[in-house]
Ligand binder design. Structure first.
Ligand code: NAD
Ligand code: 2YH
Length: 259
């Protein structure tokens, strides 16, 4: 289980702005446009209450403040509670929050108290990064490489299969790979016999997970994985369109999914 660090979240507004312009360049839509297309929803005047949670490894510096900046960047009204945990939840509801955002070490959820809908960060992150990848305007085929088939990668792969893409998958954990092959029809990717892709979606907690031979010039790499899947050197060499941001894209996917 990978936890965010305060360092990952430094300058979250700048990271979001840069990600938003890359998404726009790659797909023709900004992140809000992607969310609208994905979920068919649009925010009204929902108020978001963000509750800091101390359990397990405790408060992550910058986490609640970053969620507040992210929700406001995407046009929601939001606030962070002064109190923590159960008292914070009580404060959020008492102060008119309609959507609650909170996370412990295992689950980061959004719960819309008005309509009862609830979202989990991992599938919502996988689905939106996969959706962004799938909309690459300069894609040369319907082939997609998915690297990492865990809690984020698997739902992203499922989304791509559902959209009609030919999904090649790789995970060093044979059980995870087999689950994707048997339940989704993913084609096992053999790194010993590489082929080139113009669309790659990555979701692992490791660096340098993209083998050089799979990169085609100007390919898109859509990856929520932390640390980044590709070195600066390879990114420059192949002019890779990199969509990577530590918290905001997954969070707005959660918010739109509960509207
Ligand atoms: P997970 O542990 O459930 O899955 C990771 C998968 O990657 C595992 O199946 C593992 O076998 C596989 N893997 C490891 N090394 C690999 C390699 N070299 N090549 C291919 N596959 C490899 O983790 P997760 O919950 O799916 O999260 C994945 C990453 O996404 C983590 O870094 C997490 O912090 C990050 N994440 C980011 C956001 C965001 O908003 N940016 C949101 C959620 C999760
Ligand atoms: O980062 C995490 C976990 N990886 C779970 C999210 C799943 N992608 N949790 C954040 C913990 C935040 C902390 N409890 C706080 O500051 O409130």
């Amino acid at each position: 289980m990978a936890l965010l660090t305060p360092n990952d979240l430094i300058n979250i507004n700048k990271q979001l702005q840069e990600a938003d312009s890359t998404v726009q360049r790659v797909t023709g839509l900004d992140i809000k446009g992607i969310c609208k297309a994905l979920y068919g929803t649009f925010p009204g005047s929902e108020k978001v209450g963000i509750v800091p949670v101390t359990s397990g490894n405790g408060i992550i510096g910058n986490f609640s403040a970053s969620l507040n900046a992210i929700t406001q960047y995407f046009g929601f009204e939001s606030f962070v509670t002064d109190m923590l945990d159960v008292s914070g939840y009580y404060e959020a509801v008492r102060n008119g929050a309609e959507i609650i955002l909170m996370a412990d070490d295992y689950t980061f959820l959004a719960h819309n108290l008005k309509n009862g809908k609830m979202a989990n960060n991992q599938p919502c992150t996988g689905i939106i990064y996969a959706e962004i990848a799938s909309r690459y305007l300069k894609a040369d085929s319907k082939n997609v490489l998915v690297v990492g088939l865990g809690k984020v990668g698997f739902p992203g792969a499922a989304h791509l299969v559902q959209k009609g893409f030919r999904v090649y998958g790789y995970d060093p954990d044979e059980n995870f790979l087999q689950r994707a092959v048997s339940s989704l029809g993913v084609i096992p990717f053999n790194p010993e016999k590489p082929k080139k892709f113009s669309i790659i979606f990555e979701a692992t907690p490791c660096a340098n997970t993209i083998p050089e031979p799979v990169l085609s010039e100007n390919c898109v790499l859509s990856t929520p994985g932390i640390p980044c899947a590709i070195s600066e050197e390879l990114r420059t060499k192949y002019d890779v369109q990199l969509v990577a941001e530590p918290l905001g894209i997954g969070t707005v996917s959660m918010l739109y999914s509960v509207l």
